[in-house]
Design a protein around this ligand. Structure first.
Ligand code: IDP
Ligand code: MG
Length: 140
């Protein structure tokens, strides 16, 4: 067990439906601590860059359009095994396959508009956190 940090994004489908607080409650109830948070509107270039690992996938262009269709809340979560803990709380990518009680089961609209992003490894968490936050913005 170790204390980790991971990047979370509340996606436009959720900010548009005013679900930031409800999603934050789920994160906090799981024991994760929100140690940095800001609401921003991504530019197309930023969204393309953030999701560049998916640039060869058929859903890439639509995903980028979706991610710039409204505000997102980017946040850093900290806690025991935060990377996998957050993935657990988020639920499966496809909400139809997500477990009861997970954020995506409760709030997601579709496979694309699935309400939250979470880093998938500790290595990617570090890269994704530094994409949005500087060290002085992280208050443990
Ligand atoms: P993850 O968010 O659970 O890590 P990824 O496979 O990394 O899932 O995909 C990134 C995001 O791309 C998903 O959260 C979802 O918004 C979108 N996405 C993934 N697969 C599809 C698809 O088959 N069709 C449309 N959008 C998709
Ligand atoms: Mg992913």
């Amino acid at each position: 067990m170790s204390i980790q940090q991971t990047l979370s994004i509340i996606k436009p489908d959720a900010t548009k439906r005013n679900l930031t607080g409800k999603i934050n409650s789920k994160l906090e109830e799981s024991g994760l601590k929100i140690i940095a948070q800001k609401r921003i509107l991504l530019s197309k270039a930023q969204a393309k860059d953030f999701y560049k690992v998916h640039q060869e996938r058929p859903f890439y262009d639509d995903l980028v359009k979706f991610m710039i269709s409204g505000p997102v809340v980017v946040q850093v979560l900290e806690g025991e095994n935060a990377v996998s803990k957050n993935r657990e709380v988020m639920g499966a990518t496809n909400p139809a396959e997500a477990e009861e009680g997970t954020i995506r089961k409760e709030f997601a609209v579709s496979l694309e508009a699935n309400s939250v992003h979470g880093s998938d490894s500790l290595e990617n968490a570090k890269i994704e956190i530094s994409f949005f936050f500087s060290r002085i913005e992280l208050v443990s």
